[in-house]
Design a binder for this molecule. Structure first.
Ligand code: DCT
Ligand code: MG
Length: 401
């Protein structure tokens, strides 16, 4: 017997008469006693989410709808689906019945409807229709080009551009990043393996140490969370002596370039200044570091040196293109940068939401600010930041929300 979704969501709405809520609570208690009901905390940063997902069919469906919303720049809807997806990822086993989800946070009416369809019929017609939609397919394909965001993709679709052939023949102006993205389209849409990430790490570490002995390089992003593959490789660079990292990145980049490792790069300067940047509402937590977005030219190992040609024949290729991000942080901000760049994206968003809503603090990849004490809270490790935030420490491998 499946729960009626409208009844469920109605009871969730704020301002509902107290007695009805009480009745629902009582009913809930009785149900809880008679069957297994899941329970997870509200914020993703309070939960341990490993890579072991027992509900991939459901989370993949919600992920498609989240992605579609994001591609259409419907941010609120995107976040709602991402939160619902993350709750299901945190469950200790597969969902069998809708009633098991009764006590869970972040499952809105829409997400519950999708889950209900899949549990009952095996598929959600809305998800299937989205996957088939020409607009979704085109948005996904076009934003798959490095340097192309949802806005650009939308503009191109308005011009009748739905695929790479149409893009090439109708020829809108491409910036350098997009030109490089198009040129290496196939490579950049192949997942990067952990072995490739480690290989790039060795190359970058050698160059960084050559420029600044004593500097430290840390693999961040999805690989630090234990993911076996990623869409790029992210590194954080620092030096134990504050200030020694200044000016490091341009030297690293030019050395990598001179050794033939960079197919494309764009470096941005560090624009964060604590004294000037009052941490009211950082719109993004990652745009202020000295940072290099690059496309790396990685020599293939012998055995993986085969790429598919157009037909059935394969031609050997001795290298592949890989997206690599380098971020530099002064040691005083290192713990914040490490926490902010390890992800997942939703885990980060939830950390900031927790800090703001529950603790009256403002968290960024640079600092933590207490708005009640009007002061910055220092931290030398991720553990200290979790402690400042009154959160149980969650290691990287359990931040896969
Ligand atoms: N990040 C974030 N908010 C964003 C983008 C990124 O908090 N809008 C953080 C979290 C992850 C980290 O930066 C690196 O970003 P990605 O490489 O996009 O994420 P990833 O988890 O490493 O994913 P992938 O494995 O696909 O590279
Ligand atoms: Mg990454």
């Amino acid at each position: 017997h499946l729960l009626d979704v409208s009844w469920y969501t109605e009871s969730m709405r704020a301002g509902h008469p107290v007695e009805i809520l009480e009745r629902h609570k009582l009913q809930e208690q009785q149900d809880n006693e008679s069957e297994d009901v899941f329970s997870v905390p509200n914020y993703a940063c309070q939960r341990r989410t490993t890579l072991q997902n027992h509900n991939t069919v459901l989370t993949e469906a919600l992920s498609i709808l989240a992605e579609n919303a994001e591609l259409n720049e419907e941010d609120g809807r995107g976040i709602a689906f991402r939160r619902a997806e993350a709750v299901l990822k945190a469950l200790p086993r597969a969902v069998r019945k809708l009633t098991e989800l009764k006590g869970l946070p972040c499952l809105g009416e829409h997400s519950l409807r999708i889950i209900k369809d899949i549990l009952e019929k095996g598929v959600s017609s809305e998800v299937e229709a989205t996957k088939q939609s020409e607009r979704y397919k085109a948005l996904k394909l076009l934003t798959g080009i490095f340097g192309v965001g949802a806005k650009t993709a939308d503009r191109w679709i308005t011009m009748g551009i739905y695929n790479l052939q149409q893009l090439q023949s109708s020829g809108p102006t491409l910036n350098q990043a997009q030109q490089a993205g198009l040129e290496h389209y196939e490579d950049l849409n192949q997942p990067v393996t952990r072995a490739e990430a480690d290989h790039i790490g060795e190359i970058v570490r050698r160059v960084v140490l050559c420029v600044l002995p004593g500097a430290q390089l840390t693999l961040i992003g999805g690989f630090r969370r234990g993911k076996p593959t990623g869409h790029d490789v992210d590194f954080l660079i620092t030096h134990p002596e504050e200030g020694r990292e200044v000016g490091l990145l341009p030297k690293v980049v030019s050395l990598l370039k001179s050794q033939g490792f960079l197919l494309y790069q764009k470096t941005t300067k560090n624009s964060y200044l604590e004294s000037e940047d009052r941490p009211t509402q950082p719109s993004s937590n990652m745009d202020r570091f000295e940072r290099c977005f690059s496309i790396f030219r990685l020599k293939s190992h012998q055995e993986s040196a085969e790429v598919r040609g157009n037909g059935s024949e394969s031609r050997p290729k001795s290298w592949r293109a890989v997206r690599v991000d380098l971020v530099v942080s002064p040691i005083s901000q290192f713990a914040f940068a490490l926490l902010g760049w390890t992800g997942s994206k939703l885990f980060e968003r939830e950390l900031r939401r927790w800090a703001g809503h529950e603790k009256a603090m403002s968290l960024s990849s640079h600092a933590l600010y207490d708005t009640k004490q009007n002061s910055y809270l220092r931290a030398a490790s991720e553990e200290e930041i979790f402690a400042h935030l009154d959160l149980e420490y969650i290691p990287p491998s359990e931040r896969n929300a």
